[in-house]
Design a protein around this ligand. Sequence first.
Ligand code: MLT
Length: 274
Amino acid sequence: MRVKIGDLYLNVVVEGSGPPLLLVHGFPFDHTMWHEQLSALVGHFQMIAPDLRGFGDSDAPASFYSMDLYADDLAHLLDVLGQEKVVLAGLSMGGYIALAFQRRYPERLAGLVLADTQATADTETARAGRYAAIRTVQAEGVEAVVSGLLPKLFAPANFAAKRILREWVRAMMMRQSPAGVMGALKAMAERPDSTPGLAVVSCPTLVIVGEEDLLTPPAKAAALVAAIPGARLAVIPEAGHLTPLEAPEAFNRLLLENLDTGYAAREDIALGDV
Ligand code: MLT
């Protein structure tokens, strides 16, 4: 459905019943990256999967974007949907937004799931790469950026073997608008370091990472876990940056086991058998 928040419309899928789970997609994706979760977990949670401003079927204003603005959009969306408190699961850029949301609306979080993400800001080199990518999108459209990013999103063996998934992800990225892609690149380039705020995160937090994540490797996940009080770490084997798509069964099981039990246990999770 399309929901008006302030002066723009966001597209959001709301499905299922149970505790509310807000799923925040990465870059340059849309809510369809969660289709394995939407179909498998529909009996367990009320899943709220928006397209962020600039992505999917949401409006894509050619204006300023920031992590704080995306977080404010989500808070506004929850107001409209009548949800006071949610578990927020964000992948990659969705994780950057989750950390902005946690800074701005900590009282609205029943829990956090940070998947294939990091707390640190861009290095100078990474920031320069984002601005170069903005110039490329401006001159040529999104295709060059999509082609450069695609191989880095998967565990190498999955990129080679999972052709249908790979092409599905390519198509999802290709349909994003230049305005939204450029806005997100700038927002990521300018995002602050979230590390200083991690020590005060008070909601249960699960950090998930693909063992072969090339963009935000397990060391980034370990740093999050070390800094967030009581956070738990799950490393999913044979998966890269796209754990919800490359290893949906393992990812879904983690959500079910952790969110259903209210994150009761504290030990790190062994996933050797998945
Ligand atoms: C993402 O998957 O959201 C992006 O790769 C994050 C990033 O470029 O930092």
